[in-house]
Design a protein around this ligand. Structure first.
Ligand code: PMT
Length: 227
């Protein structure tokens, strides 16, 4: 089944975990990589949905794909689980918060002592939940899953371990310490590692061109699967 017969689910942007009514934990993801992927996917698939955390809404103007806005990592997990289907390709370019405050306070924390500690608890790992559902449900065996790995050190080792641990078909390794790569830029530098071996190196590219190149690589991966 090629991309034109597939539904493509793209995630992008950060998630937000509230501490109190005015403060939250988040990260610098702008959603640009996800939007570039959703735009390229829309042109090639039968249905594309972009599930995104809090991003600048003007970045979405002109996008012709379906969108779903979420806030927390728990919300993102719910939306991804709701959208996955046997004919889907899931591309997880979002940067979900890995931890959330143990409790969301109802009132604003007032400035007081010199030190303040906030207890954090681990959020669910969305890709690991997808992998568990896929292995429990044989009808999802055709689901093709692509992750990203945003790393600042030991990039290759971490990316390869995520490929394995999260049972991915491909991972896009993003060395976010490099100039022009990663969060909030209009460009990126990615190396794709494939399940079972094989790597594709891309130079510094616009996120738009990179999105198209990533979809070409997915298309090749899908074709190799049916052989
Ligand atoms: O949005 P931009 O400003 O354009 O920036 C793009 C980007 C740098 C955010 C993007 O290219 C990128 O690298 N996204 C992945 C960010 C990330 O969370 O990486 P990670 O190495 O922490 O996570 C590995 C994979 O697991 C990712 O596919 C992530 O979406 C997924 N994940 C992470 C946490 C979690 N709780 N559940 C997950 O499924």
């Amino acid at each position: 089944m090629s991309l034109k017969d597939r539904k493509i689910i793209v995630t992008g942007g950060p998630t937000r975990e509230w501490i109190d009514p005015v403060r939250y934990i988040s990260n610098a993801s702008s959603g640009k990589m996800g939007i570039a992927l959703a735009s390229a996917a829309h042109a090639r698939s039968k249905d594309t949905v972009f599930i995104h955390g809090p991003i600048d809404p003007s970045l979405l103007s002109g996008g012709r794909f379906r969108t779903r806005a979420v806030e927390s990592t728990g919300d993102l997990l719910g939306a991804v689980m709701d959208e996955i289907s046997p004919d889907a390709v899931l591309i997880m370019a979002a940067a979900p918060a890995d931890y959330r405050p143990a409790e969301r306070l109802g009132l604003k924390i007032k400035k007081g002592s010199d030190e303040l500690r906030i207890d954090l608890v681990k959020n669910p790992d969305i890709l690991k939940n997808v992998a568990a559902r896929k292995s429990a449900d044989p009808s999802l065996s055709g689901l093709f899953v692509v992750g990203f790995a945003a790393e600042t050190h030991d990039v290759e080792a971490y990316a390869l371990s995520k490929l394995e641990e999260k049972d991915l078909d491909m991972i896009c390794m993003n060395d976010v310490s490099r100039e022009g790569a990663g969060f909030a830029t209009d460009t990126n530098i990615v190396v794709i590692f494939k399940r079972g071996g094989g790597r594709v190196d891309f130079p510094l590219m616009s996120k738009r061109d990179l999105a198209s190149a990533i979809l070409d690589t997915i298309e090749t991966g899908l074709a190799a699967r049916v052989k």
